[in-house]
Design a protein around this ligand. Structure first.
Ligand code: ADP
Ligand code: MG
Length: 638
C-alpha cells in the first residue's frame, strides 16, 4: 500500500482545535489517556486469547513501556496489546465513535473551564496527545497478523492524517509524540514517573521505564539498560480498605470514568462465601450526557480474579441504578464468559441483588453523613439522579419501601422556596386531624405554587407536596400510600379534607349547595359540551372557579406531558367548581344581560390558572373586552 492522506471527520477537527486551547492548563493528562488506551488494548487481547491462544504469539508478558528521547524530543508509549488493522486505525483515530457527540458539541461554549469539564466527562482520549505534540506517529500491528501487516499513522493534528504500510515485529501499538517547542519539561524520567504515579498507579499492567542512575562526577542522570516498574500493579480494589487513601479512590474513579470531578461517595466491600467477589461502587457527582437513555450501557466493569472481562455491564445492577460506576471482581466466573451467558448466571444474579441493596444503603448513609457533617451531597445526588432513582418504584418491588424513603419532593411547607422534603418529614408535620398526604402535580414549581387548588390548604395550613417532574405522574401509580396514609391529589375528585373539616363548615357547605342549585343548572346549560359537571366547592378562597379532574381520570398535567411526547390521550371532560363566597360569583348569579360572557370568562380563567391552553383565546378576550366596555361606559368621568 502506498501512503494515503485522509481527512479527519469534521467533529474531530473541531475537537482538536478546542482541546488544545481548553485543556492546556491540565496538559499532563495526555499520558494518562495514552496509558489507559494501552491498558485497554492489552485487556482486549487477554480476553480474546482465552478463546484463541495463538494470538499471544508466545508472548504473554503483557507490558506498557514509556521511553523518551531528549535529542529527537519524543515520548513513546508502547504496548503489546491487541493492535489495530488499517481499517481500525482509520476509524479509531480519524473519527469519534462515541454516542452523544452531537450533544457534546451543542453544549460547548466560550467558557474554557466549562469546556474542559465537558471534555473530561466525554473522554479526552487519544486526541489529547496533540496538546503537547505537533506531530504524532502511531505504529501498530494487530495481534495474529504477520509482521508485514503493520500500519503507520501520522498526523500534525490539523485537518488530515496519513497511513502507510510498515513492517512491525512486535504486535501492539506504539504512540510516538513529537513534542512542541515549549514542552521539553516532559523529557525527564522524574517528571514522567510523577505523572504516571499520579494518574495511572492502579493500572494492573506493569508500566516500565529505563532505570536512571545519578552520575556524581558528571552531575547528570545516566540511563541504564535495565527497566523498572513504575506503577503499583496491585489492583486498587484488591488492597485493604484501611490502606487506601480517599485520594486514591477518587483518582481510580476518574480513571475508570473519564469524569474529572470527584465522586460523591463510594463503597468498597469484599463479600466472602460461596460466591466470592469484591465490589467497588461509586456515585458520580454529575450525570453523563446520555443518562436518560434507559437502553444506555451499564456503568460497571466486570473482572474475574483481577482479569478484566467486560465493560459497561448491564446485568450487575438494575436500570434505575445505571448512574452507578465502578467494578465488580468475581472469584467464581469463568474467564471466557460472554454477555449472553451473564444473563443466566446465578452468581451474577446474586451479585446484582446484593449490589442493589448496597447502593440503596449507600444512599441512606449519604443522607446520614450529610446531617452529621453538615454537607449537602444528597441534594446534589437528587438533582442529578433523583428522577432516575424514581424509576425503581415501578421496577424494583422488593426494594420499593427503601426507595420511597429516598424520595424527595418540593412542598408548600417551605413557603415559596424550592426546598425538598422526605415523606417521613411530611408525615411528622401532619396536622392532628389530617388523614391524608396531599399533593399537586404541575408543569413547574411556579404554576403549582400559584394554583387555585391550593387555596384552602394554604388557609388551613395543610402542607401539600409539589410534584413537578414528568416522571412523577408515573410514579404515583406505585406510590399510593405511605405508612397507612393515602396520597391524594388536590386537583382530583371532591375536596377531601377528611377530619380537617369542621361540622360547622360541612353544614355551611350543604346550605350553599341548595342556594346555588338553580344557578348551577344555568351554567351547566352553557358549558354542557365543555365540562362533565358544575358544582360549588369550599376549596377556593381567592379564586372564583377552578377545574377538577374526576377521581379516576388522568390529570391535566399528565395529558400535557403525553401530548408533548407526541401521543394523543383521550381527555375526559372536567368538573367546574365555583366558589360561592366569591364576589364575582355572587355578582354573576344575579347578572342577566351578559351571563353567557361571564360564564365563558369564568371557565377560561379556570383553565389558565392551572397552566392550561385556551382552545379559543380570542373568544375569551372578546368576552373580557365586552365586560370592560360596560364598566367603562358606566364610569361617568370617561
Ligand atoms: P476511547 O479510549 O475512549 O475509546 P480514545 O480516543 O482514547 O477513545 O481511543 C479511540 C480508540 O482508538 C480506542 O477505542 C481504541 O479502539 C483505539 N486505540 C487507541 N489507542 C490504542 C492502542 N494503544 N491500541 C489499540 N487500540 C487503540
Ligand atoms: Mg481512551
Amino acid at each position: 500500500m502506498n501512503k494515503k492522506i485522509l481527512n479527519f471527520q469534521t467533529e474531530v477537527k473541531q475537537l482538536l482545535k478546542l482541546m488544545i486551547n481548553s485543556l492546556y492548563s491540565n496538559k499532563e493528562i495526555f499520558l494518562r489517556e495514552l496509558i489507559s488506551n494501552a491498558s485497554d488494548a492489552i485487556d482486549k487481547l487477554r480476553f480474546k486469547s482465552f478463546k484463541n491462544n495463538k494470538l499471544l504469539e508466545s508472548d504473554s508478558n503483557f507490558k506498557i513501556e514509556i521511553f523518551y528521547n531528549k535529542i529527537q524530543k519524543t515520548i513513546t508509549i508502547s504496548d503489546n496489546g491487541i493492535g489495530m488493522t488499517e481499517k481500525e486505525i482509520t476509524l479509531n483515530l480519524g473519527t469519534i465513535a462515541k454516542s452523544g457527540t452531537k450533544e457534546f458539541f451543542s453544549k460547548l461554549s466560550n467558557n474554557q473551564k466549562k469546556n474542559a469539564n465537558l471534555i473530561g466527562q466525554f473522554g479526552v482520549g487519544f486526541y489529547s496527545g496533540f496538546i503537547v505534540a505537533d506531530l504524532i506517529t502511531v505504529n501498530s500491528r494487530k495481534a495474529g497478523k504477520p509482521k508485514e501487516k503493520g500500519i503507520s499513522w501520522q498526523s500534525k493534528g490539523t485537518g488530515e492524517f496519513s497511513i502507510e504500510n510498515i513492517n512491525k515485529l512486535n504486535r501492539g501499538t506504539e504512540v510516538i509524540l513529537h513534542l512542541k517547542k515549549n514542552e521539553e519539561e516532559f523529557l525527564s524520567s522524574w517528571k514522567l514517573k510523577l505523572i504516571i504515579k499520579k494518574y495511572s498507579d492502579h493500572i494492573s499492567i506493569p508500566i516500565l521505564m529505563y532505570k536512571e542512575i545519578w552520575d556524581k562526577s558528571k552531575k547528570k542522570f545516566f540511563i541504564t539498560n535495565k527497566k523498572e516498574i513504575i506503577n503499583n500493579t496491585q489492583a486498587l480494589w484488591t488492597r485493604n480498605k484501611s490502606e487506601i487513601k480517599i485520594e486514591e479512590y477518587n483518582e481510580f474513579y476518574k480513571n475508570i470514568t473519564n469524569d474529572n470531578k470527584n465522586p460523591l461517595t463510594y463503597i468498597h466491600n469484599k463479600i466472602e462465601g460461596n460466591n466470592e467477589y469484591i465490589q467497588l461502587l461509586y456515585i458520580p457527582s454529575k450525570a453523563q450526557l446520555d443518562i436518560w437513555d434507559r437502553k444506555k450501557k451499564g456503568g460497571l466493569k466486570l473482572y474475574s480474579q483481577r482479569v478484566f472481562i467486560l465493560d459497561n455491564v448491564k446485568q450487575l445492577l438494575p436500570p434505575y441504578l445505571r448512574f452507578i460506576k465502578g467494578i465488580i471482581d468475581s472469584a467464581n466466573l469463568p474467564l471466557n464468559i460472554s454477555r449472553e451467558i451473564l444473563q443466566d448466571s446465578k452468581n451474577i444474579r446474586i451479585i446484582k441483588e446484593n449490589s442493589t441493596k448496597k447502593v440503596l444503603n449507600m444512599l441512606e448513609n449519604l443522607i446520614k453523613s450529610d446531617k452529621k457533617l453538615k454537607t449537602k451531597k444528597y441534594k446534589i445526588f437528587w438533582k442529578n439522579f433523583g428522577n432516575i432513582l424514581k424509576e425503581g418504584l415501578g421496577e424494583d418491588i422488593v426494594n420499593r419501601k427503601q426507595i420511597i424513603n429516598l424520595l424527595r419532593f418540593n412542598s408548600t411547607y417551605f413557603n415559596k422556596k424550592e426546598k425538598l422534603t422526605s415523606l417521613k418529614k411530611y408525615k411528622k408535620r401532619m396536622l392532628n386531624n389530617q388523614d391524608n398526604i396531599y399533593y399537586i402535580t404541575a408543569e413547574n414549581y411556579k404554576t403549582a405554587i400559584n394554583s387555585p387548588h391550593l387555596e384552602i390548604f394554604k388557609k388551613k395550613n395543610i402542607e401539600v407536596l409539589i410534584l413537578i417532574d414528568r416522571i412523577d405522574e408515573w410514579i404515583l401509580s406505585f406510590l399510593t400510600e405511605y405508612k397507612n396514609k393515602k396520597l391524594i391529589s388536590i386537583a382530583k375528585g371532591n375536596l377531601n379534607l377528611g377530619n380537617l373539616e369542621t361540622d360547622e363548615e360541612k353544614k355551611q357547605k350543604k346550605e350553599k349547595e341548595k342556594k346555588f342549585l338553580k344557578f348551577i343548572k344555568k351554567i351547566k346549560l352553557i358549558l354542557k359540551d365543555k365540562v362533565q359537571d358544575v358544582r360549588t366547592t369550599s376549596r377556593l378562597i381567592n379564586s372564583p372557579a377552578c377545574l377538577i379532574s374526576d377521581e379516576n381520570d388522568i390529570s391535566n398535567n399528565l395529558i400535557r406531558i403525553l401530548k408533548s411526547s407526541g401521543q394523543n390521550p383521550k381527555k375526559n371532560k372536567q368538573i367546574l367548581e365555583i366558589n360561592p363566597k366569591h364576589l364575582l360569583i355572587k355578582y354573576i348569579k344575579k347578572e342577566k344581560e351578559f351571563f353567557n360572557e361571564w360564564i365563558n370568562i369564568l371557565y377560561n380563567q379556570a383553565i389558565l390558572s392551572e397552566g392550561g391552553n385556551l382552545t379559543n383565546p380570542s373568544n375569551f378576550i372578546n368576552n373580557l373586552n365586552k365586560i370592560f366596555a360596560i364598566i367603562i361606559k358606566k364610569n361617568k368621568n370617561f
